[in-house]
Ligand binder design. Structure first.
Ligand code: SF4
Length: 700
């Protein structure tokens, strides 16, 4: 029997689909798509449709705190007071001995905004270090740099509603058919209703997205910048640019023109491995379009030249003047449900809350004043991979990991394991006992999951949703904000006594006042009664802002958008050689999510892609005498993987693909794609490269 019907938002990807939750007796739920929600209009993908299994099945849940006194002892059950008292004692002692930069927090784009906000306030305001970073570093930090340097702030200018107003899409380094399915469904419907709409896909693999596109540019991995510059050159040559926009609303066009002229289209086509005619065709489609949207995700961002790729792509929107008008704009697709919310509250080692700049002393003073602390350190904290390097080298002594599984998801995971073993103190705060990272924990804190706590999230289009608590958390699991606030109080910090999550949100909303992400006129009541809002919401009765920059005034000092010139057009990853002649790219499969601690327990989500396989081009497989289903060993400088082969011409010759989801606990140490990947990052965004690893493959 249904006891209660309530609205919420899907906890998986950054699309942010609306759900109707039907609560049944005995703490069980059913989910349906919300037909009135502006994002999904009732639709749900396979992951969203099966979310109730994740909530209803508590067999894998962490139910009570566990602690060990030393690494030679097993984890024992303890009560919350003992657990948090110990955490505070250890953190105080390490900070006293080694200073505040010897501790760090590694959090997640799945944290709710209130959790992210409190964690940042605790670490940057009170622990006195900027060592807080997030797994969102792995998916969109290159896009953050791109937006900041182009528009002056990390601001996605566009809304999903622009999809139905556009007639040209460049989808690059993204497979929304698998990773943002409902967004892709809207795109499919738009194309069905308007067959003249043109979709260009750029991807080394023939993904479902590429197969649906009108034009697929199957480039050599890492040659994206050359390709976008070539498209820019062709647009210039054909006069398909918006001169008025360039002259009046941008800076740096002269340098851009010089750079794109350095390579001929013919040279670019050869370097990218793409037919010259297709580059011309792509440019001509973009150039005559009335509404041009570029969409991208990890395929671009996860690269040692990720920010340069972003610059080159964003420049295409600038030369065509396709920003701040209906059906146009560059649209970075966030992978996680609240990656955007985390950015808003400054949830990274080099950011401050409300888009303030960590390197700006005035901004640090303003934030410190708001939190009632003396100062915020001006030293950037360790980013995700730096944090584990610092644990490995002993510079970082203690790490608190919330809602993420770095022992599977970070590059070069064997080094991550070594770093965690080397740490003096590891706290893992999670919902699932299937996280591989638990093997390294000195303290395990059971957290409440989706629907078991209240808070807000922001999706890819800046849309804020309220998520109510619907069911009770199992065992002694508690909301993350409660855990963090209790810890803060045990540390002796004032300013962490909140009655509920709503009070935390009100504090954050007040902090946004007068900024470009001002939501000071938003609150839980409005979110509960009026629905979702796209920031800013900066006036009384303001209903949100679907599109930014309609006045062509950007957030840069000159109010002009900036052409940023990539510092290199070539990929700086370690190139294939005779020992490691193939390029490995890794990515997601349709029905799985991250390291499968949630989707991995839903049987019907396993049927589409039951076990990890390596995709290899049949011509390469023939040369290596590999047949369909043969077990192959893949090796890189870092490690090895053994999985079965899937022969498919969806991958280019010379390229192989592995899914990124599988870890030890689910299957085997030899299934982890990140045994192979390298700990190389983009120098500006510090985002790791999961899309280009030189490997060897042979039949095992
Ligand atoms: Fe959830 Fe994303 Fe699927 Fe929507 S598209 S139902 S947000 S996983």
């Amino acid at each position: 029997m249904i006891e209660k019907t309530i609205k919420s938002t899907c906890s998986y990807c950054g699309v942010g689909c609306g759900l109707i939750i039907k609560k049944e007796a005995k703490n069980k739920v059913m989910v349906e798509g919300d037909p009135d929600h502006p994002v999904n209009r009732g639709m749900l993908c396979s992951k969203g449709r099966n979310l109730h299994y994740v909530v209803n099945d508590t067999s894998d849940r962490l139910l009570y705190p566990q602690m060990r006194w030393s690494r030679s002892h097993p984890l024992d059950r303890v009560d919350w007071d003992t657990a948090l008292t110990r955490a505070a004692q250890v953190f105080k002692s390490i900070i006293k001995q080694h200073g505040p930069d010897s501790v760090g927090f590694y959090v997640s784009g799945q944290c709710l905004t209130e959790e992210y906000y409190i964690a940042n306030k605790l670490v940057k305001g009170f622990l006195g270090t900027n060592n807080i970073d997030t797994n969102s570093r792995l998916c969109m930090s290159s896009a953050v740099v791109g937006y900041k340097k182009t528009f002056g702030e990390d601001s996605v200018p566009i809304a999903y509603a622009d999809i139905e107003l556009a007639d040209c899409f460049l989808i690059t380094g993204a497979n929304p058919a698998y990773c943002h399915p409902i967004l892709f469904r809207r795109l499919e419907q738009h194309k069905e209703n308007n067959p003249d709409v043109q979709i260009i896909a750029v991807d080394p693999r023939r993904t479902d997205t590429a197969a649906f596109a009108d034009l697929h540019l199957q480039l050599i991995p890492g040659t994206d910048i050359i390709l976008y510059n070539a498209i820019g050159r062709r647009l210039l040559e054909q006069g398909l640019v918006d001169k008025d926009f360039i002259d009046n609303h941008t800076e740096g066009f002269g340098y851009y023109k010089e750079q794109v002229k350095k390579l001929s289209l013919k040279e670019a086509a050869k370097l990218c491995g793409v037919p010259l005619a297709d580059i011309k065709k792509a440019a001509d489609i973009i150039g005559v379009s009335k509404g041009f949207i570029s969409m991208w995700a990890m395929g671009l961002n996860q690269s040692v030249v990720g920010t340069n790729k972003n610059f080159a792509l964003l420049n295409l929107s600038l030369i065509t003047g396709q920003v701040g008008k209906p059906g146009s704009g560059p649209f970075s697709l966030t992978g996680q449900p609240n990656a955007m919310g985390g950015r808003e509250v400054g949830g990274m080692a080099n950011l401050l809350a409300v888009h303030k700049d960590l390197m700006n002393p005035d901004h640090r003073r303003e934030v410190a004043q708001f939190w009632g602390v003396n100062e915020i350190s001006g030293k950037p904290g360790y980013t995700a991979t730096e944090m584990f390097e610092a644990l490995d080298s002993g510079k970082l002594k203690a790490v608190w990991i919330i809602c993420t599984n770095p022992a599977v998801s970070l590059p070069d995971v064997r080094r991550v394991e070594k770093a965690l073993k080397n740490a003096k103190f590891v706290v893992v705060q999670d919902i699932s006992n299937k996280s591989d990272t638990l093997d390294f924990a000195d303290l395990v804190l059971p957290a409440a999951g989706w629907l078991e706590k209240e808070g807000t999230m922001t999706n890819s289009e800046r849309r804020i949703s309220h998520l109510p608590q619907v069911v009770d958390a199992p065992g002694e699991a508690r909301p993350d904000v409660e855990i963090l606030c209790d810890f803060a109080q045990k540390m002796g910090f004032r300013g962490f006594k909140y009655f509920n999550a709503e009070e935390i949100y009100q504090e954050y909303c007040a902090m946004t006042k007068g900024t470009n992400i001002d939501i000071s006129f938003l609150n839980y009541d409005r979110l509960k009664t009026e629905g979702t809002f796209q920031w800013p919401v900066n006036e009384y009765r303001h209903t949100g802002t679907p599109r930014l920059f309609e006045d062509k005034k950007f957030y840069t000092p000159s109010q002009k958008a900036i052409f940023n010139i990539p510092s290199t057009i070539t990929n700086r990853s370690i190139q294939p050689d005779t020992n490691y002649p193939f390029i490995l790219t890794t990515g997601r499969v349709r029905d799985q999510w991250h390291t499968m601690t949630k989707t991995g327990k839903v049987s019907r989500l396993k049927t589409h892609y039951p076990t990890p396989v390596v995709e290899i081009n049949p011509a390469d497989a023939f040369a290596l005498k590999i047949r369909e289903g043969d077990v192959c060993e893949i090796t890189s400088e870092n490690g090895n993987v053994r999985v079965k082969a899937n022969l498919t011409d969806n991958v280019r010759k010379g390229v192989i693909f592995l899914p990124m989801h599988w870890g030890k606990k689910l299957d085997s140490d030899l299934n982890r794609s990140n045994n192979l990947t390298q700990n190389m990052v983009d120098p500006q965004s510090k985002e790791p490269d999961f899309k280009f690893t030189a490997v060897h493959i042979e039949k095992y």
